[in-house]
Design a protein around this ligand. Sequence first.
Ligand code: FES
Length: 156
Amino acid sequence: MDQAALETARTIIEKWRPKKGNLIMILHDVQDAFGYIPPDIARYLARTLHIPLARIYEVLTFYHYFKLQPPGKYKISVCMGTACYLKGSPSLLQELKNILNVEEGQTTKDGMFYLESVRCLGCCGLSPALAVNETVHGTLTKSDVIDIVSQYAKEA
Ligand code: FES
């Protein structure tokens, strides 16, 4: 763990140390700071807070909010809300899994794309839709997916 990461972790721990049941708050702040929960930070928390590492991972895996892998440069969020689902978003998600060779909650080996599904992007009129970071792509068919991935891969 580098010095800056260590300092960040220390600051977060000190901020929450007086609070009872502070583990969740600490983990939230760690994820905000790093984009995920780095394993060496999880080990550092276990040592410093005197909590078994297994307990920390129990919490991390119980709450889907927490990410155990770096988020990737581009976060692809496929909408699985009702409108999108009925118009075919499961096939968009499957196509992305095939193209990127990842499952939901995973980042591609090159660190470029992170794949997730979400409940509703708030643009049901564009269903089926997905977002890449903050940009929404709507009224998609399965064959549009490869073009979207290629476009972002080129930009990188
Ligand atoms: S259901 Fe997909 S944007 Fe609302």
